[in-house]
Write a new protein. Sequence first.
Lengths: 375, 426, 530
Amino acid sequence: MRRITTIAVAVTAASALALAGCGRADEGAANTGSGGGSTAGSTGGGTAGFPADSLIGVSLPQKTSENWVLAENLFKTDLAGAGFKTDVQFANNGVAEQQNIVQSMVTKGAKVIVIGPIDPAQLGTQLQAAKDAGATVISYDRLLSNSPNVDYFAAYDNVKVGELQGQALLDGLKAKKPNGPYNIEIFAGAPIDGNATSFYDGAMKVLKPKIDDGTLKVVSGQTGFKQAATADWKGENAQKRMDTLLAGSYTNAQLDGVLSPNDTIARAILTSVKQAGKPIPVVTGQDSEVESVKSIVAGEQYSTINKDTRKLVKATVQMVKDLQAGKQPQVTDTSSYNNGTKVVPALLLPPMIVTKANVKEAYADDPTLSKLTNG
Amino acid sequence: MKHLKAVFGNDTRQFGMIFALIALIVFFQVRTNGLLLTPTNVINLFQGNSYILVLAIGMVLVIIAGHIDLSVGSVAAAVGISVAIAMRDWSLPWGLAILFGLLIGAIIGAWQGFWVAYVGIPAFIVTLAGMLIFRGLNQKIGDSDSIPVPNGYQVIGRGYLPEFGPLTGYNNLTLIIGLALIAAIVTGALRTRRNQRKIGADMAPMWTVVVRLLLICGAILAVTLLFASGRRGTSFPVSGLILGVLVLIYSFVSSRTVIGRHVYAVGGNKHAAELSGVKSKQINFLVMMNMSILAALAGMMFVARSTASGPSDGVNWELDAIAAVFIGGAAVSGGVGTVVGSIVGGLVMAVLNNGMQLLSVGADDTSIIKGLVLLLAVAFDVYNKSQGRPSLIGRLTSGRRDRPAVEQPAPADPARNISETVHTEA
Amino acid sequence: MSAAPALLEMRQITKEFPGVKALSDVSLTVRRGEVHAICGENGAGKSTLMKVLSGVYPHGTYDGDIVFEGEIVQFKDIRASERAGIVIIHQELALIPELSIAENIFLGNERARGGRIDWVGTNRRAIELLRHVGLREDPETPIKTIGVGKQQLVEIAKALNKDVKLLILDEPTAALNEEDSAHLLDLIEGLRERGITSIIISHKLNEIERIADSVTIIRDGRSIETLDVAAGGVDEDRIIKGMVGRSLESRFPEHTPRLGETFFEVQDWTVEHPQVAGRLVCKGSSFHVRRGEIVGFAGLMGAGRTELMRSIFGRSYGTLLGGRMILDGREVTLKNVSQAIDAGIGYVTEDRKVLGLNLLDDIKTTTTAARLKKIAKHLVVDRNAEFAAADGYRRSLRTKTPSVEEGVAKLSGGNQQKVVLAKWLFAEPELLILDEPTRGIDVGAKYEIYGIIQQLADAGKGVIVVSSELPELLGLSDRIYTICEGRITGELAKHEATQENLMRLMTTTGSAAGRAATPAAGSTGATAAR
């Protein structure tokens, strides 16, 4: 008995001190939700606007690539530059941590929450809480699913990215050797990331006919998405798979090209190939990471995609500004992004393919990368 | 200070961890300008951590028995995905789905318990294997994909108590639970006092008992009002209620029942326990099986809160649960630990996490601070033990010091007396 | 001898623990070249005094002065005292079982050149040291393969290597059989001739009488007196008188047995070793116990006494190959310990700390551990009943503790044993088996424990006592069985038994007569018992 009392005294004595509590007065931001169920229909609200110094929350996934770190910095400076208070956080420990982070942003009274989800399907409760508290949710880069409480989607056109990657692979192979057949391997991204499927689907739209007519030959036979997937987008996983493929299928055959969904994986593939002492194949990429741009300039990695994070962050911050002013943010697509419960209005930016040929002009505006291409 | 001691009992040190928790709460409450102790945040704190605390309950028993379970996260994930699929593909009603999930947990637990108890493979190895096996199963069953779960099911992770009765401005059911708890504590205190009088133990002065009860009841009332005063439709969360009921059941079982005793005995000295008639294999089996059942429940609660089951559910959960247990005063060598201590340990971590998120401290710094807290808490405990003092955290809630001893003059002749004892016992 | 100068003087040592004064004003003078015994009941403060001396409790945590070789010394840890030439050998040996004899001797003190161990030198020096302690073993033999007696010798060799001036032996013969004990005592005498001074802590008064030059008696944390044994006139009774503060007319309480009918019988009991198939540790043993009877079992270590008893106690040792057990006229099969307890059999283990107690537990929970269901309703423990039961035994057994809520780890050996006895009295056995019930226990507590055993028999229970101390068996038992190499070799009524004929039966096993008497068999036997 004393045990329970001990705990109870302690935990609660503190609470008692701090408790402002009197009735259900302290609802703060929650004045929009008059009941548990009245959430539908108010999506895309924000016509009322909110104070210019409000808190804007940005919840990013794990710190696994340079782009997310860049996004973190850009969001911090751009939002602060626009006069907002900001809270930008990574969730390095996974989904559960991201849930808690989004939840604490709601608690802190964020007016807009930008979410780059780790698992887009697992934030339903927090999105509901955001909605109940009157916050607007922008899904950044990856589309939040399994919830009606997603207001906007801002991203690059990912199917288009895939198509560009597939086309780049074909172009690269042709440039190297005018006629096929070419031996290639296929890598895809993290299986839980909806974008990975989009990239894969886009690329296969271009490559599938060529595989069928025999121009391209996947020597390992691993063409399915699940077979090609790279868990957690991790370079080490891709490198292990490439090691295995080289040892298993390319002891005699020559590897001509590899479809890689992003730069981290592309570099892992190149590392593996170099370690095996094989000639460098045509490898695609995405994200314009510094190391990969160097690699392109040096003639190793064949291509990357310029999905300038600056532009996407800028567009997202513009959405936030519009919402603050009570304007309807600009969107480009109001029909094709269905997240399972609703069609989310989306702002899609066009991606751009970068190879050694156009690397200079592609990054002319980029303060970091332009140095590399000029040097 | 003297009065403080009179109220809290003569050993203020045993309150160390709880005071640490209070200090954390006060610190963050001040630093976040009162955001920490708002109804919404406290509800979130419980919803966002109850599944880890459920794991800690099972884990403390495993650790008391002298084992470890590394597979809990994977087991939780495997059960979560199975339940999600059962509801989606077989249209299993959610109530049945929960039972189905517990059953899978029991089967997995029986599997691991079999290897640990009857084959004699160390739990570290068995559950390391389990960690791989059940993670793989999760990804195989779910095809490495997220699977949404229906609304009704989500109650166990994100649900609230219903609203009913007159409009008091509070959630009535939360109020009733709080008042019932207060009533139970007051009658419990009175009964303890009656017992003390009956067996003639030293009794604390009346005023200290009254002050203590007032403090406790005031505190419970405050917390109750905090939970009850959230936005309409919210209340003390269902997941918190599940946790509370489990804490009551398991602390009772661990401290007051024959099985609980046997768990401590096996962990403390397996040979001595066996030679006292304890069936250590059965105990080991039960403890491992129980852990997997609770892991199944934790997994299901998490899936309910997440509204979907995903392939990375449960990653690193075992570490959170184990950390909570060790901060709560358990010993790596077994035989020591309490359920309530582990909950306090888990809450320390939870408040730390939540407070730092409210302060927008980055995930990297948070991780560093949590690691240091774990190390310092256990180092403090070890230091105390090495000084010959009772383990601060272990004593914290051990409840084995209910009554001061009754000193009575020893009888002149031991031999005469033993025969009396033998005869009366016989 | 008494004219020799003092090697060590401990002056007015006072050591306090929170709430307890373990030593108050204890003084001890040890002369150069003597064997000095320290006697006292368990908990009297002997071990604390030695820990103060060896730096386990560093300078500053106690009051008083230590003068060693004429200078005041202030040890801050064990290494400091070892550097000064004081080496303590604890009751629990500090050897690493997987390492060889030589590696153990030089552990922490390796003979190395530039980080590389000089194996030739190491082994040569090890052989030399082993010869000094009279141990003929290959220095590369792993420690775990030699018996406890030999391990004890290795410990001494290790001490010799450290250039020891003062050797402290804490209960050196407690775990040894008669053979090994005798050998060890010879060795200590040999060391004395080589000029090494020893302090020996022992409960075996006959040993003290035999080898000690003087004896200091400690009682309740105070030094009572120092007796000059070498000068003669000091016998066991004189030492006992000092230890308990009164003279014990007899070391055993007066007792007239009230024997009833035979109620427990074992026939042709045969048990196989748990790991080694085909090796029999009990070979067709048959015996019986009457109500009200105390039956002694005598045997050398490793003879199979413990194995037989544990096998009877719910098959908690080995594999039962054959035999019948008859309890109250009916044949019973006890497959596990809890069945044995339910059938009314209790077993007090020989190794309290390893097998008998959970040192994390308090007295209360230990007392009820063997039969928790007695105070449990629907599997819920009634804590008031538990407290009352434990406190009852605390008073009736006169366990020295402030409260039954104290941890058993804090108790002295004698009081721990009382708690273990309380545990088995609480279980209400009809037959209680006690394996070495007074090992490591002082004279006063032994007397009390004998009293408890006799009262149990008078209450109509059967009692089996297994002991290595023949005087104990002779004083306590109504009938004695002897065991040798797993076989019951004799059965003697109280009036027939003497130390001599018991010893003869303990070392005779029909065709293999006399073999067990050789030292080699004795020590390998001891290893097998582990």
